[in-house]
Ligand binder design. Structure first.
Ligand SMILES: [Zn+2]
Length: 637
């Protein structure tokens, strides 16, 4: 069911805390132009092309129009400008020449002739398909699409995005339904007119649409409303298991109990089940754009791996959207963002998302422990720890998001997601210890994300604000606590939260449930903790960890293993060889093809299979168990 109108017009996207960037000279000279009209014709979305027309009020003289470059949920300068085509500008019925700026590829320079007070823009946006690298233009298929307004918008230079008001309209393919958090002004046939909206909230409000769409209310009758909006390439995928909807309802209740605030008017989980769009989770104030493979909800392994998606993206409405680090709260989409506090923006979100996954029943406590153990093991085997600090993974996020998965251990990746789970678990158990279990991260959340409720706003913070809120909850030297962990180039991962929580990381030959699910879905093999190797199903080496047996034998990423101990390669064959290594005095013999040359490698390893788990430390308080417990009574159905 499409969302109906009735919301107040002209909601402003207010920055509570003044941004550090000075107002531009143009802003000082003139008020922002009147509302900018944008009409998107998506009737050819199945053909992978969107048409858009804009009418931008302006004055005669030089005009620079921007295409959004830095997108808040991406933390990167990755606006998909190469798919912007068909650009034409006219004023007073005459075409106006334009030039792309020679330095800033996201700026278009025009000269508006005398006697005109607006410029009309027509443009097309080309939708693509998922590929080996991240491509945000892969947002549609024959049966559905997600309109990301940044793909089709140009806006005038000189004013903060919050000051530029847009009047958006969207025409959908016939019979397609839609869902969005954008307030609707009117609807006529398959054309929807949205209420006037500032540019930053417009770009923060994607529209999901498609032929096969279904809506599941999550908090019927309660304020604010929450719902899951499902779109898929085929009708069968809309049969979401009722037990999963119950978990999502509990997620809403658990997040409410954790934060005790709502910084949105209503909330939409825009869930897209499709193999034809880029899989992602993108956070917004009042919605999240959650895209997973079509079979995810009916495949227990895929479902287990994606269990944390909604909890993560929902948490972002508080952490990342409402509270945002100063360096990531820029006044428009052209100013560079600074990622140094992403270990809070993303890292704390990943921690709270893990906690909420358990509290809402999306993961059992045992599955949550397996997930934490797998995370800890991966980070214990990061060769890059000794040159690249966790802080640097955040500082360099805009590079690391686009780095290949090969060499991930030595390069490190966006480790501020998983490693911050360990660090914030450490904070949570430390607060509990310091206060004799009277206070916890739950109290921090209530203080840091406190009301006022309602319209989406951004309240910025810096490292000092974070430390001072923690000190209100439990006085401690939090500044050094974080700096020690963030700036460390020690070879070992920060496991203090696991031990402080009453558990320890151990390795056994019993499979880790999350690791096994990952292998079942990908078809590959993860031998990180034994020989330091991960491979695809066809033997292609994804990573060989420097200092560990596979790498030391000469195996390298990008080569392909074709033989194991005289047998043709398969993941199971390699698993058997590693298992048997314990009782076998000979090395594991690998034949690999490396850029056309056949190589033989002798992996000297006799440790058998090693899979990570958490094991209880008897006699110590089980804070981890306490952290994962539901805060709301579970209703019986
Ligand atoms: Zn995130």
């Amino acid at each position: 069911m499409a969302k109906q109108g009735g919301k107040s017009l002209g909601v402003r996207f207010i920055l509570i805390v003044a941004l550090s960037l000075a107002a531009s000279p143009a802003r000082a000279q003139s008020p922002p132009p009147g509302p900018i009209k944008i009409s998107v014709d998506a009737t050819h979305a199945p053909q992978r092309i969107l048409h858009a027309k804009l009418v931008i009020p302006t004055r005669p003289g030089p005009l620079t129009l921007y295409y959004p470059k830095w997108l808040p949920a991406d933390h990167s300068p990755d606006g998909p400008i190469s798919n912007l085509v068909g650009l034409k500008f006219t004023a007073g019925g005459k075409e106006i020449p334009w030039h792309q700026d020679l330095v800033d590829m996201y700026a278009f320079n025009l000269d508006i002739p005398k006697g005109t007070n607006s410029v009309e823009v027509s443009l097309d946006f080309l939708l693509s398909a998922p590929g080996p690298t991240i491509d945000f233009s892969a947002s549609g298929s024959a049966k559905l699409f997600i309109l990301m307004w940044n793909q089709v918008v140009l806006y005038p230079k000189g004013w903060p995005a919050a000051d530029l008001i847009f009047n958006p309209a969207l025409t959908l393919p016939k019979g397609w339904k839609f869902n969005t958090s954008l307030p609707i002004a009117s609807q006529s046939g398959n054309t929807i007119s949205f209420s006037p909206v500032p540019l930053d909230l417009l770009i923060d409000s994607p529209v999901q649409s498609g032929e096969f769409v279904r809506v599941f209310p999550l908090s019927p009758g309660a304020k604010p409303p929450h719902e899951v909006d499902v779109a898929s390439d085929d009708a069968w995928a809309l049969d979401v298991p009722p037990a999963l909807i119950e978990n999502y309802k509990r997620l809403v209740a658990e997040a409410g109990a954790l934060f005790r605030s709502h910084h949105y008017r209503d909330y939409h989980f825009l869930l897209t089940l499709s193999d034809n769009v880029l899989p992602l989770g993108q956070e917004h104030h009042e919605s999240s754009d959650d895209r997973v493979a079509e079979h995810t909800l009916v495949d227990p392994n895929a479902r287990l791996l994606e269990a944390g998606l909604f909890p993560h993206e929902f948490t972002h409405s508080w952490n990342g959207q409402y509270r945002r680090p100063e360096g990531l709260a820029t006044q428009d989409f052209q100013q560079p963002m600074k990622g140094n506090l992403l270990w809070v923006y993303e890292g704390l979100t990943e921690y709270l998302g893990t906690v909420l996954s358990a509290r809402s029943g999306l993961l059992t406590p045992q599955q949550t422990r397996e997930k934490i153990a797998l995370t800890a093991s991966m980070l214990e085997h990061r060769a890059g720890r000794q040159w690249r600090s966790l802080q640097n993974t955040a500082d360099a996020a805009q590079i690391l998001y686009f780095a290949p998965q090969e060499w991930a251990s030595y390069r490190r990746s966006v480790d501020f997601y998983p490693e911050s789970v360990l660090i914030w678990l450490d904070v949570d158990t430390m607060i509990r210890k310091l206060t004799n279990d009277r206070r916890s991260m739950d109290d921090f959340c209530r203080a840091f994300y406190a009301p006022p409720d309602g319209q989406p706003v951004i309240k910025t913070y810096n490292f000092g604000d974070l430390v001072s809120t923690l000190n209100q909850i439990a006085p401690y030297n939090w500044r050094s606590f974080f700096r020690e962990r963030l700036d460390s180039t020690a070879p070992t991962a920060p496991l203090g939260g696991i031990t402080g929580g009453g558990w320890k990381l151990v390795y056994t030959d019993e499979p880790n449930e999350l690791l096994a699910a990952g292998e079942a879905v990908s078809g590959g093999g993860d031998f990180t903790a034994s020989i330091g190797l991960s491979v695809k199903g066809d033997g292609t080496v994804i990573d060989a960890i420097p200092g560990m047996p596979a790498f030391e034998s000469g195996v390298s990423p990008y080569s392909r293993i074709i033989g194991v101990n005289g047998r043709q390669f398969s993941v199971d064959e390699l698993k058997r060889a590693i298992r048997d290594s314990e009782s076998n005095s000979a090395a594991i013999e690998i034949v690999a093809t490396n850029t056309g040359t056949l190589e033989t490698h002798e992996i000297r390893y006799h440790g058998g299979n090693r899979f990570p788990h958490l094991e209880r430390t008897e006699g110590s308080p089980d804070y981890l168990d306490e952290i994962l417990k539901s805060l709301t009574p579970v209703s019986v159905h």
